[in-house]
Ligand binder design. Sequence first.
Ligand code: TRP
Length: 336
Amino acid sequence: MSGAKRLLSGMRATGDGRLHIGNYEGALRNWVDLQDQGHQVFAMVADWHVLTTAEPGRNLAATSREIAKDFVAAGLDPERTVVFRQSDVKEHAELTLLFGMMTGIGKLERNPTYKDMVQDIGGAERATYGLLGYPVLQAADILLYRPYGVPVGRDQAPHLELGREIARTFNSRYGEVFPEFASIIPEDESRAKVPGLDADAEGRLRKMSKSYDNCIYLAESDEETAARIKSAFTTPSKMRKTDPGIPEGCAVCQMLRIYSPDWQNQWQEDRDGIRGCMQNKKELTEALNAHLRPFRERRAELTDERIEAILQDGASRARAVASETMDEVRRAMLLV
Ligand code: TRP
């Protein structure tokens, strides 16, 4: 990418809002790099998107603050990057409503993420209008800022494609308001797919995910990280140190590969039976806690008041861009 470009991305504030190292490696890290290359990044906390699946009673305001703290602690600089919360910028709702008028239901029903969700919740009868419209809201999130590109993990590719289709439909009906945007997906897949600390019923590693409870959280304490690694999945047939390990199928070895400069040596010793799982776990704990220390220190200093001020400032900067786009949209649609 040559020249400073405007970029937008977002993350859903799920669970208690804390991000794990998979969220960081798969997306956030790339946002920070792009910011540091001089691009204008809009980093959004997608709190409305959480309502497509959340049960009532969840404190979404608090959750949004926690995720925004992780953004800033991970290196997003609120002076340069616009850190904001979706629900603070009402233009997202207006554009979603208008896009809803030009988005076919069939297209939304064919979206693979929607189909998976419907399976999980036990059938389309249980699905809501909001869940079906998830990508329409996401398209509005993006297109309000008319970005050059959207940095995301690979799993978001179908949503971005739908966003592009919505933009094309709008442009062909009402005139060119929305330029094409690019998907910016990290190339380094080994980092983009951080495995979790456990294995599935067949003993295969799977991705790090809150829903599997196999995560290392950026903001947890050193002791919590140590305890999680202690009970992590390793080569099942390696009962003793002298048994040969299979690093390819071991969660701890996979993580060493990402966080330990000495991983090749560690893998060889694991295979050769001259190193045991306990040693791997100890060294991984040290490497990971050292790696996360600066992040954890920065985060501990961020109060609720400070992050709320950052979010409010971000909202007003986001609104300045979003309201300009909405003026053009209303004019193009002959609403004004
Ligand atoms: N769907 C994204 C996710 O689950 C979150 C998101 C919402 C997003 N709006 C966005 C990502 C706009 C990129 C652009 O992570």
